[in-house]
Design a protein around this ligand. Structure first.
Ligand code: BGC
Length: 473
């Protein structure tokens, strides 16, 4: 197995030099996205202006349509960076992800109805009958926004494919479902999970300047000076404010495939996906794909007669049967015999393994997981270098199953940052973020309410000041 491993090491290892080249190309892609509309990395203006003060208060509903679950939360912001949260999770089926878009939003509204009914009927329930609550809708797919309560879906990602949704305003679609189910809420803000994470993490840790999600999908957000983006300035927004940008960096190097080190396994993952050529960066990193990359390598060795000779391999030949969680388990198996790996192959794929094979699988998982973390470091480094955060240092709020559950993922990102920046790379530290899709969404709904009230009172009192406030409130 050692010879085979050497081959895969060469394929999946990223040298510091290669990483630096990726960072440069990444930085250019970020800059281009800020300059012009409709670029590969779209750098989406989010209409979230500046940081929260920490004084935001009140009750908010948050609905979070992520890659795997639907979550409904009631968030009470108590000010001073404190909050309380009550939530329910509903699993999304694979069929729902392909079902008509309006039906998907109807399902969100139905779950919200159940949540509201349950929470208002409890004696100590926080919801008061008759009250209309502001709602933050976390919709974690690329959407072009013209205002904060609007967003046209550019494309589905993470395996979703619901027809009649791409190219449409998903806030309007969700509003239709809200009306249909007569829900006592007002959709105040449509946000991306990364933007929510950025704001929630800054609410409790003001050193946070960047937020990342490493889960089923991957992406980042950060705060940009409007004066530095021709694209945002041309939208008629004053240039003395800051606005959060949803980078949608999962799309880096899509279509052209010039910069990322794609192996033939990555190309198969891409070409057999429901969105070939898209989300190229994400397909090398996120939890949705890592298990499949490992499976493809294993299948190649089965075909070459190297693995499982004489055993029936049909179970492992089915696409996506290796969950990324298996890679985490393989890497963290503490036993000399690698009993966890014996269990996985036996239980899920009815396959017997030798110790040498198990050691090989573990080493392979490590190569794929490490490459994902080092590429993630490249994305972070591109934002850090573009914004000039290196000397002063900053915190990066990170969330998602890969970041939270994959052993060593954070350490490998940090190691990658040092490979890119040398000693100074230590100034950039990732930490487990606050719940962006729940708490972050509530804070943004609160910030939006405050901003709109400020705009309307300014409009009433001193029309002249209006230009000083961001328009399109
Ligand atoms: C989506 C992003 C999202 C990320 C993490 C990507 O597939 O395009 O909008 O932030 O997944 O959930």
């Amino acid at each position: 197995m050692a010879d085979h491993l050497r081959k895969y090491e060469a394929l999946f290892t990223l040298t510091p030099q290669r990483m630096r080249m990726i960072v440069e190309a990444f930085k250019e892609a970020l800059e281009l996205g800020l300059e012009k509309p409709s670029q590969v990395v779209p750098m989406i203006p989010t209409f979230v202006f500046g940081w929260p003060t920490g004084k935001e208060t009140g009750d908010y509903i948050a609905v979070d349509l992520g890659g795997t679950n639907l979550r409904v939360c009631l968030v009470t912001l108590q000010g001073d960076g404190k909050f309380e949260i009550t939530q329910s999770k509903y699993r999304l089926t694979e069929e729902q992800k392909q079902d008509d878009g309006q039906k998907l939003f109807d399902f969100c509204a139905e779950c919200l109805r159940t949540f509201i009914d349950t929470n208002s009927s409890e004696p100590d329930g926080v919801l008061t009958p008759g009250e209309i609550l502001p709602l933050g809708f976390t919709f974690s797919y690329p959407c072009t926004q013209e205002r904060i309560d609007h967003g046209v879906l550019i494309r589905w990602t993470k395996g979703f494919g619901s027809p009649n949704t791409e190219g449409r305003d998903v806030a309007a679609m969700f509003n239709e479902s809200i009306e249909k189910y007569q829900l006592p809420v007002k959709l105040t803000a449509l946000i991306n999970d990364t933007t929510g994470t950025l704001i929630a993490s800054h609410y409790v840790n003001p050193r946070t300047k960047i937020a990342c999600i490493f889960g089923t999908g991957c992406n980042a957000a950060y705060m940009e000076h409007v004066r530095d983006s021709d694209k945002i300035k041309s939208m008629g927004i004053t240039d003395d404010v800051d606005m959060a940008i949803n980078c949608e960096w999962g799309a880096f190097d899509s279509f052209v495939h010039e910069h990322l080190p794609r192996t033939k396994y990555d190309i198969i993952v891409d070409e057999s996906s429901n969105k070939p050529a898209e989300q190229s960066f994400e397909k090398l990193i996120s939890g949705r794909y890592l298990g499949e990359i490992l499976r493809l390598v294993i299948c190649e060795l089965v075909d070459e007669g190297v693995l499982f000779l004489g055993q029936n391999t049909y179970k492992i030949e089915k696409p996506y049967v290796i969950d990324t969680a298996f890679l985490s388990l393989m890497e963290s198996d503490p036993t000399d015999e690698l009993l966890m790996i014996i269990g996985i192959f036996n239980h899920f794929f009815a396959l017997e393994t030798t110790l040498a094979e198990r050691q090989f699988f573990r080493a392979l998982a490590k190569l794929i997981g490490r490459r994902a973390a080092r590429l993630s470091a490249c994305g972070i480094a591109a934002i850090v270098s573009k914004m000039g955060y290196l000397d002063e240092g900053c915190s990066v709020g990170a969330d998602g199953s890969l970041y939270n559950k994959y052993p060593g993922f954070a350490d490998r990102i940090h190691e990658g940052l040092q490979d890119i920046f040398g000693e100074k790379g230590r100034n950039i530290v990732t930490h487990h973020a606050e719940d962006g899709s729940g708490v972050g969404s509530a804070i943004i709904a609160a910030m939006t309410k405050i901003r709109k009230e400020a705009v309307s009172s300014t409009q009433h009192t001193r029309a002249g000041l209006f230009r000083r406030l961001p328009i399109s409130a």
